[in-house]
Each structure stands twice: as structure tokens, then as C-alpha cells.
Design a protein around this ligand. Structure first.
Ligand code: AMP
Length: 528
């Protein structure tokens, strides 16, 4: 039987119309260093039409890819709407990628036009000779171009909700970068997931620290627009000091960022006493969030720091870690420090090496698989059958799940440490080490060992002026994990290699270790 419901398409155009009509007075605020630039949603919507008209005049048609090489700011938001709503595909480019990878991605996606910040022109110029499909470059800068501007009216076409709205490539730490093509429908439904999971509305002022080139800034710009929350964009001013000044003057209530950035803000505020008291909540994810960061945000800043998990392939929201009902205050961290429960719309299961589901006992470990309307079902023009299993996405994350549905990631499958046939969680050792007052950064990798096949090596960056010995750090871990997890091998280093989105680059670390580049101190083995 056919239903009698309207078949309204789930498109970004519908989101654009809503924000422009219902919340014309909400604001987009872009940081410009010392000052900020304010624009109302109504004006942003009008400029979005002008941009679409200008792109059309350049010959951009349905399905054409338009790349953006930009920081988080108002003009990038305008491209976020103009490109998908005219039926073309927004391809956000990661400005931290090495030039050869940037060229590879632009060529693979077949971008016809690239919108670039004037501050990033040198980066684009370095890759331009290698680009095969780009016909036009649009430079976004401070100059007033209104005299040349295209007409402010543009008739948004009807769009099939299953057509591609946007693309983002994975970072390619474990192989070539692969393209994920988000449909209008996926972006639309994901907005509702963000709305529900983050509980945001038009009383919020949302600071988007997550770059707009990384998984659509977690979908926050679209969701904020949909609910009329003011959007605060830091542009290229991501250093803790300028960011804190921006927070102090523009008073956001909500933000989202990776642990490194939120950790930097925390250190800066503790050392310099910035007033960031307007912030009430900060969602944190992208890598495991140390419990010490969550408690420091709560106790020292009065901010609720909420862990979430996701991937480029999952749009990205997959889980959120909020305590279940009835949790006493002193047990909240038992849940907040986990990877969380799946959000409505996302199904999640954990599969062992034989391909069967592990019991939800909070112990049995396997690979996390997910499925849902905003989870990718394939990669753009790339075969990757190993990433899928019976209609589920294999996340490459390894962990366990408990009876209440709380997941704990213990490792990336490529980074697991198997010692004497048993798993050691590098993520758990790292997050514990980050709780030590002298430790600024820490990474644990598996290294070959004659007796146990593999043992953990802890590479540690100490805070400026702080001291700690391997013995001290090992005793610090001592009471918190099984004795046989305790690393014998320790290396103190100045910095740890990071990927283009700021995650530990363990592949490179293992290579550096194999080349003897780490100054390793070896302690006597702790008894098993
Ligand atoms: P990306 O596609 O670059 O966003 O990376 C996705 C990966 O980041 C996931 O597969 C996880 O390995 C990692 N990740 C994201 N959020 C978390 C989290 N809360 N805890 C642990 N790992 C995370």
C-alpha cells in the first residue's frame, strides 16, 4: 500500500531555505585576528545565490565538482550551500595535505573549479601544474567585489535527494586517500542526528573549531543553520591565544574539536587566565579523548566535555558518550570516558576474527562495524571490498561493547598490539599517560619482541620544563592496568608525528623505530 505522505526531498536546499526564512537574523561571525566580521543568515543566503549565479556563469553544471581550499569562514559556508544547492558537488580540500596528495585528490575527483582563500594561493600554485581537470580558480579575499557581483537571484533546481552533495577524501594513512560521496539525503538526515545528539537550538552560539575540510566540520555548519544557532568561525586563527580572545569577545556557548586543540585551549586558559566562561559544552572526538581532559574541563573550566566518535565514512556522527539515566554523579566518568553509544539512525556491532558477533559483555574484543543512512556504502571510483561486510562498513576500529550499548575503542586494527597472544590497548595506555601532570603527548606502538612477539613502546613528549623518568611513568600506570601491559621500552621525544588531520601517525612511528630513530630506554620487564 502506498502511503499518503508527501515525498518532500531531503536536500540541502531545504535546509538553506529554512535557515534563510526562519532565522534570517541569526549570525555568522568570522574571526579576523583582532576583529570579527558579522553577517546575518539572510545576507549569507543572498550571497549564496550570487555565488551560485557566478559559478553557473563559469559553466558549472549538475554533478560538476567544485573544490574548496579554505579555512572556516563565512565565504566557505556560502560555498557549502551554493555548490550542492545548484546541483554540483562540494569537494572540500584538506589544506594540510602534502602538495602531491592534494593534486592526486583533485585529479581523482575531477574538480572543474577551485575556490581558494587568498592566504592559500601559494599552496594551490604549487600543485597547479599537476592539475588535469581544473578550468577556473576563484580567489576569496578581503577586496570589495560587489560592483562586479552576479545577480542576487538564483532559481535553485529540484534535486534528487540521492545525488551527491559533497565529497571528502580519507586521510590515507593506511593506503591511498579514498573519496566518500555524501548524498543530500545523508547530509539532511545527519543534521537531525547532530541536532538530537548535541541538543542544540537557536539559543546557542556555536564555535566551529573542526576544519570545514574535515568531514563537513562534523556536519555542524548545516545543523547550526537548520536550528538557527549563531555560527562562530575562527578562520585561520586556531592558535590557543587568538582562539581564546575570539571566545572571550564573541562568547560561544558550544564548540567541537579534537583533543589536541581542546587540550591546547585548556593549557592556555590555565596559564593565562582567559575568560572562556561563556562556553558550556564542548564535543570532543576524532581520536580517543583522555578522561583527564574531560575532568579538567569540568573541574577547572566548568565546561561539559562530551566524547563522540565518527569517521569520514560516517558523515561523521556515530556515537556519543553521555551517562545513561540514573547514573550517580560520582560514576558519570565510567561512561563519559568511553567511546559512547550509537546515535539513533546508526546501527553498530562488533565482529570477531571468525566473522561472528562478539557478546556484549564489555570485554570481548573485535572490529566495530556500522550501518545507517549516513554511512558510506562504497568509495568514489575505488574498489575496496575489504572495507565492507554483508552491508556493514568495517570501521577498522577495534573495541568492545557492554550490555547497555557503550562501546570502548581499544585500537585501530592496524595498530593493535598483540603480546604473547593477548591484546594490549594502546589507546588505554595513551589516555592514562596523558593524565600524568608531566606528559604533554604520548603514543604507544607495538614493536617486535623475541619472547612475546610484540611489546608496547611508549613514546612520550614532556611538558615544557617538566621532568619524569620511565620508572615514574611506569609506576603511574602500574595500579591502573594489568602488570603485563606495562611497557618496558620508553622513548622521550620532542614531538610525535601527526597526520594531516592531527592524529597519531603510528605507521611512521613504527618506521622511525625500525630505523633506530627513537632513543629507547629499556626497563626490566614487570612480572606477568
Ligand atoms: P577520520 O576519518 O580521519 O575522521 O578518522 C576516523 C578515525 O578516528 C576513527 O576510525 C577512529 O579510529 C578515530 N576516532 C574518532 N573519534 C574517536 C574517539 N572518540 N575515540 C577513539 N578513536 C576515535
Amino acid at each position: 500500500m502506498n502511503s499518503t505522505m508527501m515525498d518532500s526531498p531531503l536536500t540541502i536546499t531545504a535546509l538553506l531555505r529554512r535557515g534563510a526564512r526562519v532565522f534570517a537574523g541569526s549570525e555568522v561571525i568570522t574571526c579576523e585576528g583582532e576583529a570579527s566580521r558579522h553577517a546575518r543568515f539572510g545576507d549569507v543566503a543572498e550571497r549564496t545565490q550570487r555565488l551560485a549565479a557566478a559559478l553557473q556563469a563559469l559553466g558549472v553544471k549538475q554533478d560538476d565538482r567544485v573544490g574548496t581550499l579554505s579555512w572556516n569562514h563565512q565565504e566557505h559556508l556560502e560555498a557549502y550551500f551554493a555548490v550542492p544547492c545548484m546541483g554540483a558537488v562540494l569537494h572540500t580540500l584538506n589544506l594540510r595535505l602534502p602538495p602531491h596528495q592534494l593534486a592526486q585528490i583533485i585529479n581523482h575527483a575531477g574538480d572543474r573549479v577551485i575556490i581558494v582563500d587568498d592566504s592559500l594561493v601559494p599552496l594551490l600554485a604549487a600543485v597547479k601544474p599537476h592539475l588535469r581537470t581544473v578550468e577556473h580558480v576563484v580567489v576569496v579575499g578581503a577586496g570589495d567585489a560587489s560592483a562586479l557581483a552576479a545577480s542576487p537571484s538564483f532559481d535553485w533546481p529540484d534535486i534528487d535527494e540521492r545525488s551527491t552533495a559533497a565529497m571528502c577524501y580519507t586521510t590515507g594513512t593506511t593506503g591511498d586517500p579514498k573519496g566518500v560521496a555524501y548524498s543530500h539525503r545523508a547530509v539532511y538526515l545527519h543534521c537531525f542526528a547532530i541536532w538530537g545528539a548535541f541538543r542544540i537550538d537557536d539559543t546557542e552560539r556555536i564555535l566551529t573549531i573542526v576544519p570545514m575540510f574535515h568531514v563537513n566540520a562534523w556536519g555542524i555548519p548545516y545543523a547550526a543553520w537548520m536550528v538557527g544557532a549563531d555560527l562562530l568561525m575562527p578562520s585561520r586563527f586556531l592558535q590557543p591565544q587568538v582562539l581564546c580572545n575570539f571566545i572571550q569577545s564573541e562568547r560561544p556557548t558550544f564548540t567541537g574539536g579534537v583533543p589536541t586543540i581542546l587540550g591546547g585551549v585548556l593549557q592556555y586558559v590555565l596559564a593565562n587566565g582567559s575568560d572562556i566562561s561563556s562556553l558550556k559544552r564542548a564535543v570532543c572526538g576524532g581520536s580517543a579523548v583522555p578522561a583527564s581532559l574531560i575532568t579538567a574541563y569540568r573541574d577547572k573550566l566548568g565546561i561539559e566535555c562530551i566524547q563522540a566518535w565518527g569517521m569520514t565514512e560516517t558523515s561523521p556522527i556515530g556515537t556519543i558518550a553521555l551517562p545513561p539515566k540514573g547514573t550517580p554523579a560520582d560514576r558519570e566518568m565510567d561512561y563519559r570516558s568511553t567511546t559512547g553509544r550509537s546515535v539513533p539512525g546508526v546501527e553498530l556491532r562488533i565482529i570477531d576474527e571468525d566473522g561472528s558477533e562478539v557478546p556484549a559483555d564489555g570485554e570481548s574484543v573485535g572490529e566495530i562495524e556500522v550501518r545507517g543512512p549516513w554511512i558510506t556504502a562504497s568509495y568514489y571510483n575505488a574498489e575496496a571490498p575489504e572495507k565492507f561486510h554483508d552491508g556493514w562498513l568495517r570501521t577498522g576500529d577495534v573495541g568492545h561493547i557492554d550490555a547497555k550499548g557503550f562501546v570502548q575503542i581499544t585500537d585501530r586494527s592496524k595498530d593493535v598490539i598483540k603480546s604473547g597472544g593477548e591484546w594490549i590497548s594502546s589507546v588505554e595506555l595513551e589516555t592514562l599517560l596523558l593524565g600524568h601532570p608531566a606528559v604533554a603527548d604520548a603514543a604507544v606502538i607495538g614493536v617486535p619482541d623475541e619472547k612475546w612477539q610484540e611489546r608496547p613502546l611508549a613514546a612520550v613528549v614532556l611538558k615544557e620544563g617538566a621532568t619524569a623518568t620511565p620508572d615514574e611513568l611506569r609506576s603511574f600506570l602500574g595500579s591502573k592496568v594489568a602488570r603485563w601491559w606495562l611497557p618496558e621500552r620508553w622513548a622521550f621525544v620532542d614531538e610525535l608525528p601527526k597526520t594531516s588531520v592531527g592524529k597519531q601517525d603510528k605507521k611512521l612511528m613504527r618506521a622511525l623505530y625500525a630505523e633506530g630513530k627513537y632513543p629507547v630506554v629499556e626497563l626490566a620487564a614487570a612480572p606477568r
